[in-house]
Design a protein around this ligand. Structure first.
Ligand code: UD1
Length: 354
């Protein structure tokens, strides 16, 4: 077992090198590996993050209640705790000895959050409070939080940067914004450093094909298109064809999950090396319409993928794109795999094999 090389100022002077995947101890150039609890690590994004942290040499424990996570998304090199963050004692026990935690266990179905707010309050907000209190109790120093572009609501301007007003239009986005506020108070009062990563539209599968578990009952565009291509769904409903966009369908900023995973590792390096919290957007800065996604999927899969325009979905803005300038500047991060072709190809590889 490698020794835990915490990056506390009194022990090491850490040097952060933008764009590099690791931090170094200034005196001995020893790589700094941490003990990380990945909460929700058996889920879609969580499994990609766990894989990335393992690849970079961190020691990973996945903590997951398997409500939507899958055992097939677990890796041999990572420890696994079948636990629920709503059970505070379970969380505290698992956090003992950890340097950091990644919080990816929130519910994320926007539509459901509007009809079942109680479910989202308990799981997302109570879960986050438990995490923060457990961090205080155990001395955990770093939290990476999977936040969302949903904190912004209807865009006042594009591309959306981190200074854009936050005014969530759905309860899911509200929970993400409230959690960000809790995190910033615990930074101030307890010195817990945090990175809130505001994802735009996460999509795609591991570029090396190592993640096999498919999301059950997906509500997002690309998995729905993939299920249609596989024949497990009859067709795609295009929610609105009369938006003020070139082809009339909504434009979104799709970001590859492998790019997101890399950003988590870089954010952990950054907050530990610099001793300060950050809030950054993660997007590809490219906008793709529903029709463009559909046409790319038809081409890549070679399947007809039946689709028909239906009514607009309430609350959908016509166009959303990110500015990721801050992530580039602070983390040396850039989206490398987020071309539409790669997003669809890696998704199809996963769905076609299942
Ligand atoms: C929303 C959130 C995003 C969150 C994500 C998680 C907002 C503004 N965005 O993204 O922050 O991370 O959910 O689930 O709240 N579409 C169809 N037919 C379908 C499904 C989707 O046409 O069957 C269209 C939608 O109208 C939209 C696009 O595809 O224009 C993407 O939709 P979706 O994948 O659901 O994500 P968002 O709603 O953009």
């Amino acid at each position: 077992m490698l020794p835990s090389l915490g990056c506390h100022a009194h022990r090491f002077a850490c040097v952060y090198r933008a764009g590099k995947s690791v931090t170094f101890d200034a005196d001995s150039t020893i790589l700094k590996y941490m003990n990380i609890l990945v909460i929700g690590g058996a889920g879609y994004i969580g499994s990609h993050v766990a894989r990335e942290l393992l690849d970079r040499g961190h020691r990973v424990t996945v903590f997951d209640n398997l409500s939507s996570g899958l055992r097939e998304n677990l890796f041999q090199e990572a420890a696994f705790v079948h636990g629920d963050m709503i059970r505070y004692e379970q969380l505290v026990q698992s956090m003992n000895g950890m340097d950091g935690a990644v919080y990816l266990a929130a519910f994320k179905a926007v539509g459901e959050s509007m009809v079942k707010p109680e479910k989202y309050s308990v799981n997302n907000i109570v879960g986050a409070v438990n995490l923060l209190n457990a961090a205080s109790e155990t001395g955990l120093k770093y939290i990476i939080f999977s936040s969302s572009a949903a904190v912004y609501g209807e865009p006042a301007y594009l591309p959306i940067d981190e200074k854009h007003p936050t005014n969530p239009e759905n309860y899911y986005g509200f929970t993400k914004l409230e959690i960000e506020k809790f995190l910033s108070w615990y930074d101030r009062l307890r010195g817990i450093r945090c990175a809130s990563l505001r994802y735009f539209n996460a999509a795609g599968y591991d570029v090396k094909g190592r993640i096999k578990g498919l999301e059950q009952n997906p509500a997002n565009l690309i998995p729905i298109i993939m299920e249609t291509a596989c024949g497990t769904r009859g067709g795609l409903q295009i929610f609105g064809g009369d938006y003020d966009t070139p082809d009339g369908t909504c434009i979104r900023d799709y970001i590859h999950v492998s790019d997101l995973a890399a950003a988590h590792a870089l954010a952990l390096d950054y907050i530990s090396a610099n001793g300060k919290s950050i809030t950054v957007n993660l997007g590809s800065e490219k906008g793709s319409s529903v029709r463009e996604v559909l046409e790319t999927a038809r081409r890549v899969t070679g399947k007809p993928i039946p689709a028909a325009v239906s009514d607009r979905r309430p609350g959908d803005p016509a166009k959303l794109t990110a500015s990721a300038a801050l992530a580039r500047e602070l983390l040396g991060w850039e989206a490398k795999h987020s071309g539409l072709e790669t997003l669809i190809k890696t998704s199809w590889d996963a769905y076609n094999q299942a």
